[in-house]
Structures are given as structure tokens and as C-alpha cells.
Design a binder for this molecule. Structure first.
Ligand SMILES: [Ca+2]
Length: 257
């Protein structure tokens, strides 16, 4: 057993744990612009002074990243439980390098979720792939039993990094999150419109749910809706908020429904 084992169950949020950076959990809703509901809340890491998640994670030594990620997911699940929203979907970011970790991988997170009384159908795992290192087939097989119980798998940042069509085919996700770089000019750029509408149609035929990330304007949102994309996330709806679950801006939702 590693020396770190067990410390994941100690300490208040934000406490320094044996040299790990201080952090807080923020939440950002994925809005369903057709029904007006919140589809899920994505959990994001922030520094204690609001620094971006990437800055915090950069301070974590590579050898402790899996532990740190596991701690972040645990804190988020505990926070959701404390808020008392038992029926909410929670979208958790998981790096493919740590998902298979025997102590701090996704099995540990599911154990924590069960201990807290949360069900697999409330969980979405978002896989981002910054480096081509992951054994996608091993990941897919590991999570089969949890997917059968309703857990969803999302391919994060699609169109950026290594998360492209090959990973889509290998992972067979339930959901694809289009990176903001793919949709940032969707309201004016014909090239983006053609690519995104074609990808959205392919996902629909494969029964894969599409989420557009980084939506910032009403005209982007309206264009995405016209392509059949209802689920959106971005500053137009709500910014990531530490310690509470933000709801999508009511005036924006009203104008899209
Ligand atoms: Ca994500």
C-alpha cells in the first residue's frame, strides 16, 4: 500500500494535504436549452484564490496526480451530498492516465459515491486526453459494469488535443463534449457550421449525446440549437462557482426556449 493510502478520507476542504496544493471545488451547469433544466453539474478544480484548475494541477507532482484527482472527485461528491441534491447528475473529470490506478482510479471514486449513497446513474465521467498515453480498451472494459448501471461516459474537449474521431470510435462514449475551439465562431463561420452540423448528425445516428462547451453568446446558442444541439455549457449560462451549484441564467434560458 502506498504511504498516501488512507489520507484521502481525512481533512477539511482546502486543507494542505502533505504537500499538495490548496484547492476548492467549483461547479458549472450543463444547461438543457430545450427543456430549461440543468442536465448535470460539472465539477471543476480551482485554487483557493480562484486560480484555474490547470495551474493547480501543474503544482502536483506527476507521481501524485492520481491521488490528487481522486481527492478532488471525493470532495465534489461530498459537497453534492452536503448540499442535499440526491437526484442531480454530477460530471467528473478523469484523466485517462489515472483512471486505471489501482488505489486512486475510478473504482475508488465509485466506492466513495456508493458510500455517500449516490447511484451510478448520477455519474458522468469526462475523459480528456492531453497526451496519447491511455489504454482506451482497458478503460472501456473496466467501466462496463458501471455503465450497465447507468453511469455515462463523456469524451471531453472533442476536437482538441488527442480527443478526436479515433478516440470516439474506441471509447464508444454516451456523450461528446465539443471543445469551445470548434464552436467559438459557429454563428458566423460557415466552415464551423458545416463541420459541427455534420458531427452532430453523426453523433445522433450513433445515439451519442452532444454538449457544446464554451458557449458565450445568444447567437452561438441559437445556431447550435438549429443544429439540434440542446445541451450547452459556458459563461452565457453560468460561470464556474466555488462551493455552490449555479443555475443557468433565467433570462438567457427564457430567450432560448
Ligand atoms: Ca470537462
Amino acid at each position: 500500500m502506498r504511504p498516501d493510502a488512507g489520507i484521502r478520507r481525512t481533512g477539511a476542504s482546502g486543507e494542505i494535504i502533505k504537500g499538495l496544493p490548496r484547492f476548492a471545488m467549483a461547479f458549472q451547469p450543463i444547461a438543457d436549452t430545450m427543456s430549461g433544466c440543468v442536465f448535470a453539474q460539472e465539477v471543476l478544480v480551482r485554487g483557493r484564490d480562484g486560480e484555474a484548475g490547470a495551474c493547480v494541477i501543474d503544482k502536483v507532482p506527476q507521481s501524485r496526480r492520481a491521488l490528487f484527482e481522486s481527492l478532488c472527485r471525493q470532495r465534489a461528491l461530498e459537497a453534492i451530498k452536503e448540499i442535499g441534491l440526491d437526484d442531480i447528475r454530477i460530471s467528473l473529470n478523469v484523466s485517462p492516465e489515472s483512471v486505471l490506478d489501482p488505489e486512486f482510479g475510478i473504482l475508488e471514486t465509485i466506492r466513495v459515491a456508493r458510500t455517500l449513497g449516490l447511484h451510478e446513474r448520477q455519474l458522468i465521467l469526462e475523459f480528456s486526453e492531453k497526451q496519447k498515453t491511455a489504454d482506451i480498451r482497458a478503460i472501456r472494459e473496466l467501466i462496463i459494469p458501471f455503465r450497465k448501471r447507468g453511469m455515462m461516459v463523456a469524451l471531453d474537449d472533442f476536437g482538441a488535443g488527442y480527443n478526436g474521431i479515433q478516440t470516439l470510435i474506441e471509447l464508444k462514449p454516451d456523450m461528446v463534449k465539443f471543445d469551445m475551439g470548434l464552436i467559438n465562431r459557429i454563428d458566423t463561420c460557415e466552415m464551423q457550421q458545416t463541420v459541427i452540423s455534420s458531427l452532430a448528425e453523426a453523433c445522433s445516428r450513433l445515439d451519442i449525446i452532444v454538449v457544446a462547451e464554451g458557449v458565450e453568446t445568444l447567437s452561438q446558442a441559437r445556431m447550435l440549437q438549429s443544429m439540434g444541439i440542446a445541451l450547452m455549457q459556458g459563461h452565457l449560462f453560468a460561470r464556474p462557482t466555488v462551493g455552490q451549484l449555479p443555475v443557468p441564467a433565467a433570462d438567457v434560458m427564457a430567450r432560448l426556449m
